[in-house]
Design a binder for this molecule. Structure first.
Ligand code: SAM
Length: 278
């Protein structure tokens, strides 16, 4: 089995494929102001098996288009949607986040939890903006430094895995220079990493290794995840996901004229960010 298939196998049965939580998705929904509106069309980019998709469909008067480039995750999402009685509100699209089938100005909101880094934060917010209606909402969670300086070990690791990691101030600046007005921000608390993501993953390690007869490749997947977990546990006060809410501003806004070219990104190959290297 190749590395990608192993990663799918490790993560597909999880509620979430990255740090997050029900209360945090709901807080973002509240900050977005979307609850006030009817007949919404929302895309959930890098939806995985649909933790946020299901909540959006449940809590909002909306049609959700769940986008992921892994058909296996989309199959799991459809099963979960059917079980929850939400299938008629959710459509799945097997596509890459940087090659989307949407019409210009067709979406009321773009949601993305723990996934935009796959195409890079600045590249993503620039590429997705045209799909939003004027005044449309962008809601994304993104790896974020919580402090101005960090332990070298932590900084080296994440700079290798995701060079665009930055402080909230730097992410807000990216939003502002790409035609968005930030309207909300909060930090995912530790339990979103530990209880929402890492602990359930650790509980799956032994069955995963047994399914793959502790092959070298399977052991390497577990070792990479364990390394990231250890790093997070020791340095959790310095890094988290920030949840950013922003509104698309008018295209004539002068800030857009000065917007720089998007940053080029390859696919990252980290753990935590590992479930996504497909
Ligand atoms: C860390 S997981 C987060 C999944 C989900 N949003 C959650 O919070 O549970 C990132 C997701 O992005 C998807 N992904 C990675 N690169 C992608 C791409 N270029 N286009 C579409 N989906 C992608 C992965 O398959 C994975 O489901």
């Amino acid at each position: 089995m190749d590395d990608l298939s192993l990663l799918i196998d490790l993560h597909i049965s999880a509620d979430r494929q990255g740090p997050g939580g029900t209360a945090q998705t709901r807080l973002a929904i509240e900050l977005s102001g979307l609850s006030e509106q009817q007949g919404l069309k929302i895309a959930d980019m890098g939806c995985g098996t649909g933790a946020s998709t299901l909540l959006l469909a449940q809590d909002l008067d909306a049609h959700i288009v769940a986008v992921d480039f892994l058909p296996d995750f989309l199959d799991a999402l459809r099963s979960r949607a059917a079980q929850a009685g939400l299938a008629d509100r959710i459509e799945t699209v097997n596509a890459s986040m940087d090659a989307l089938p949407f019409d210009a100005e067709s979406l009321d909101a773009i949601w993305s939890e723990g996934a935009i880094y796959n195409i890079g934060f600045e590249n993503g917010v620039r590429m997705w903006r045209p799909y939003l209606k004027p005044g449309g909402i962008l809601a994304v969670s993104e790896l974020t430094w919580l402090t101005a300086s960090r332990p070298a070990e932590l900084e080296d690791h994440w700079h290798r895995q995701y060079p665009e990691v930055g402080t909230a101030a730097s992410k807000m600046a990216v939003l502002e220079r790409n035609g968005y007005a930030p309207i909300g921000y909060f930090v995912l608390p530790e339990h979103c990493w530990l209880d929402g993501y890492y602990r359930p993953m650790q509980l799956r390690f032994s069955a995963f290794l047994a399914r793959h007869a502790s092959s070298d490749a399977a052991c390497a997947v577990v070792a990479a995840e364990a390394l990231e977990i250890d790093l997070y546990e020791r340095h959790r006060s310095f890094v988290s996901y920030g949840f950013y809410l922003a509104r698309k501003i008018d295209a004539a806004h002068p800030a857009l004229a000065a917007a720089p070219k998007p940053i080029e990104h390859g696919m990252e190959s980290s753990a935590g960010h590992q479930a996504d290297q497909r």
